[in-house]
Ligand binder design. Sequence first.
Ligand code: NAP
Length: 561
Amino acid sequence: MANERESEVATLDVLIVGAGFAGLAALHRFRDEHGHSVQLIEAADGPGGVWYWNAYPGARCDVESLQYALSFSDELSQEWNWTERFALQGEIKSYVDHVVKRFDMARDIHFGTRVTSAHWDEESARWQVATDHGDRYQVRFLIMATGPLSTPYVPSWPGQDTFQGEIHHTGRWPHRPVDFTGKRVAVIGTGSSGVQAATEIGNTAAHLYVMQRTAHHIVPAANRPMHEGEQEAVKALYPHLRLSWLMTPAGMSWRTLPSDEFVVSGEESALEVSDEERDAAFERAWNYGGTAFHRAFNDLLTDERASALANDFLERKIASIVDDPQTAALLTPRQYYGSKRLILDSGYYAMFNRPEVELVDVKADPIEAFTAKGVRTAGAEYEVDVIVCATGYDALTGSLDRIDIRGRDGAILKQEWAGGPRSYLGVMVKGFPNLFIVSGPQSPSALANVLVANEYQVLWIADLIRYLEREGVRAIDVQAEAQENWVRRVNELGEASIYTKGSNWYWGANVEGKSPTFLCYIGFGDYVERCEAIVAQGYPGFVLQRDRQDALGETAGERTS
Ligand code: NAP
């Protein structure tokens, strides 16, 4: 196949990179709705993005299923049925496969193919794109739907090649059964992936070492089968509900239906109620499950004292579940509530009451290397058959950095971003015309219901491209001032938030050597409002170039719309 594709240079309107939800929504929009010629390139052998790769045991979405679904087709929304409040990876992957089949998408996707370079050609105002299969394309518009959490990260421990057993990263899980029965297993990392994987692996492993550096905040998922009639009620209201989610800070509602039981008010400060009232509110949110816990009060994510009160509640909960006081103390988060992403529990804490499950404190005794037999810390060697690295991702910039992207005057995106990403709206980067990023750095996607955010961005970009075509624009770029203002705003919001009060991937603190810059826009609803205002005002902040001369930049006179 590679050779067949090698010699031709395909000319297209749009090339999309990545067949996750963002890429699939883009393929539908550009090809089926706008009639563009489109090719989608995907490195994996199947569609789904993170839901393809994260096939580890226990992988489950922690956005409610009914809110984590594509909206572009009413028929699709009505015909698909979810089985549980929070869907397992397998069910989401089946949904993705259904979408691909139903909309005949596979004919325009090259799977198992990686985009290696994308160079802007000023003369033709097109991107010259190459893949590791020798394909070459020249395209007017390049859509990077490469995902915010798609490049796995493993610390540079020596000896990773010497280990005699199996090593798997949760974000590159093999598509074959991995049997843990009777095996000794180390799960390294206790973020969302590690907690989910360990909880499931603990059911069959002979011995499980959970290697924790930091205790994260964990509340019950309270997962359950769909209630009778629940799905039908949501489907009847989908257009209204989906519009309402666009106006929320996280692109979703803690109550899927407005008529759902009203459990948390989220209107009060945790500091302004009595101890009894506060505990009762936390308790209701805890029992309700899911990220509704954030909404128990209105200041848990903004006020350090409120955040500390949430920590106190969680500390008492952990002590009431985990029998061994030392283990309970170690599992208790010591950083601000909200400074690490909230994790949903399906039996994690209770698992530590079983003798075959052991919590290892790799903060006190750090991992130094992998050996032939297992994991060596400064003070011990843990002999295991399988190592599961749940060590996270080079978030937001990782997948873009790994492609040789060159814009105007040979500017290399990775170098431009060496001190942290710079963008306008998280969608475009100055000097990289006609290149659009979905779910990119400085967009709100990674802090929101990413599916809702992705679809919104895809529609916004598609509308912009239609506008450019109507206006006879050959290239769109970003004004320097607009980009600087956006970068400043992203950083100001980040610095004022609880997210920068802990070590996490939101600001690149999890990857050795990565520039510590806040990577997400805080406030999805606010973002939507700003993007809509930009459309209404005729796209301020962009430079629209109608002919070749315009491309020479300011000296030739920038034309902004
Ligand atoms: P993560 O949250 O970045 O967690 C990585 C874990 O690896 C942390 O516990 C980290 O410890 C640990 N680690 C990293 N380097 C280490 C070292 N040198 N020694 C010991 N431990 C080390 O990654 P993730 O769990 O894959 O989750 C990433 C994001 O993906 C989540 O925040 C979420 O947005 C998304 N996700 C969502 C779901 C879901 O929807 N349910 C599931 C999985 C992932 P420290 O905490 O000390 O840094």
